[in-house]
Design a protein around this ligand. Structure first.
Ligand SMILES: *Cc1c(COP(=O)(O)O)cnc(C)c1O
Length: 428
């Protein structure tokens, strides 16, 4: 179940992993993290993904590529983003200290641009002309359209008609940035159909296009490549926290949708003596269809081109999932997370919609930071951790800003007065 009190006792398993050579040892040549990952594709697409894997293998060791990515991060994205000490929020829970890595201050307002710029630069080096992807809530589409505009590449975003109707502001952003938004009108007209449509287009155009996956999942090399592109988040945060305090935090936490912001964040801390918490969305409850806590309730299987832990229905198809945070409602999780779960390096826990909304309002009211509802899950866990510990510091990744969620939240929860605890006047 979500919290895992046995972790410390069973820690012996994690001793088999040597974190000094971890990034060399995992994934293996086939893109496997232990039993998870791999490349499950229709035969026609295997050469296309092998081409990407080969190009990435070469390019990620090139000084020119690395320097160019560093320059883009500094000059275009505004990196490094800061680490911030939430003193007023921390005071609510006693003597523990809560710190945030501020990915909400990354250009476009979330961490997703970190891997989209990397994917764009890879496409540029490979001589591709077009970026192809699907999007659900539109966040990945907007980040990719931004990267395409930067590199002067065409961008084709496949999106279900139902999602297009729900996410008008993101659709508008993609079009302003010059992306072609392709409406998908078959089936349920949401993300699943958009994936099929994007794959179809890629199959027809893979010579001059690259398919850009939006998280640390999908067929090899995307889980490792996206994690690498996101690792700047963890590396920066670790250095910044040490500069601020002279120490490492006692715990780090991030929300887990597909697992990109968390994978990049956690990677920098794997070898450190601290606890790592990945936070999954418990939504409205534990019944199937009410949550998207793949690790807590899922089983082993293959979907969307990779092997991992996933939520399946009676027929073995991806189960319906739900979260208040649209960026977290995915029925599986990147394969490296499944591996970290098995070796007990990361504790996977859950936070409900309501607790996420509580964190959304508290961070807004006590610190002047409106977080994305996705990020609010990690902040809620940090608050819970602070309440349950007598001393120490927890560093949470604030993966994005909450402007996109404001309309939804006030419609369903008002302005949050009920979440501000009595006796803790936010204005004091
Ligand atoms: C998409 C998104 C997430 C979840 O995606 P991961 O791949 O798990 O990181 C989290 N936070 C924000 C702000 C997002 O947009």
């Amino acid at each position: 179940m979500p919290e895992n009190p046995e972790r410390k006792a069973e820690n012996s398993m994690s001793q088999e992993i040597d974190y000094r050579t971890y990034f060399h040892d995992y994934p293996n040549e086939e893109g496997r993290f232990g039993p998870y990952g791999g490349m499950y594709l229709p035969p026609e697409l295997v050469p296309a993904f092998e081409e990407i894997a080969h190009a990435y293998q070469t390019i990620c060791h090139s000084a020119q590529f690395i320097n160019e990515l560093r320059r883009i991060r500094r000059e275009f994205q505004g990196r490094p983003t800061p680490v911030y000490h939430c003193q007023r929020l921390s005071r609510l829970f006693g003597t523990c200290q809560i710190y945030l890595k501020r990915e909400d201050l990354n250009h476009t307002g979330a961490h997703k641009l970190n891997h989209c710029m990397g994917e764009g630069l890879l496409a540029h080096y490979m001589g591709k002309k077009r970026l192809i992807a699907e999007t659900g809530a539109g966040q990945h589409g907007v980040a990719l359209a931004t990267a395409a505009a930067y590199f002067g590449l065409q961008c084709e975003i496949h999106m279900g008609e139902v999602d297009i109707a729900k996410q008008a502001p993101n659709v508008a952003r993609m079009k302003i940035l010059g992306a072609k938004v392709i409406p998908v009108s078959h089936g349920l007209r949401t993300l699943k159909e958009a994936v099929d449509s994007a794959f179809d287009s890629y199959l027809r155009n893979y010579k001059d296009s690259i398919y850009c996956i939006g998280s640390a999942l999908g067929p090899h090399p995307f889980p490792v490549m996206v994690r690498d592109f996101q690792m700047c988040v963890g590396l920066e945060a670790r250095e910044q926290f040490r500069e601020m305090t002279g120490l490492l935090p006692d715990a780090v936490t991030a929300c887990v949708g597909g697992g990109s912001n968390s994978a990049g964040f956690f990677s920098a801390f794997l070898g450190d003596p601290l606890d790592i918490y990945g936070v999954e969305p418990l939504g409205r409850g534990s019944a199937i269809g009410d949550h998207a806590a793949s690790m807590a309730y899922g089983t082993r299987g293959v979907m969307h081109g990779f092997e991992s832990i996933m939520l399946k229905d009676d027929k073995g198809e991806p189960a319906p999932v739900y979260s208040i945070a649209s960026g977290l409602d995915y029925p599986s999780v990147g394969p490296e997370h499944a591996f970290w779960h098995d070796i007990k390096r990361v504790n996977y826990v859950t936070i409900s919609d309501r607790d996420a909304v509580d964190a959304f309002f508290k961070l807004s009211r006590y610190e002047g930071i409106i977080p994305a509802l996705e990020s609010s899950h990690a902040i809620a866990w940090a608050m819970k951790w602070a309440r349950e510990h007598k001393s120490g510091a927890i560093l949470a990744n604030c993966s994005g800003r909450g402007d996109k969620d404001v309309d939804y939240v006030i419609e369903h929860y008002g302005y949050g007065d009920e979440f501000i605890e009595e006796g803790n006047n936010a204005a004091e």
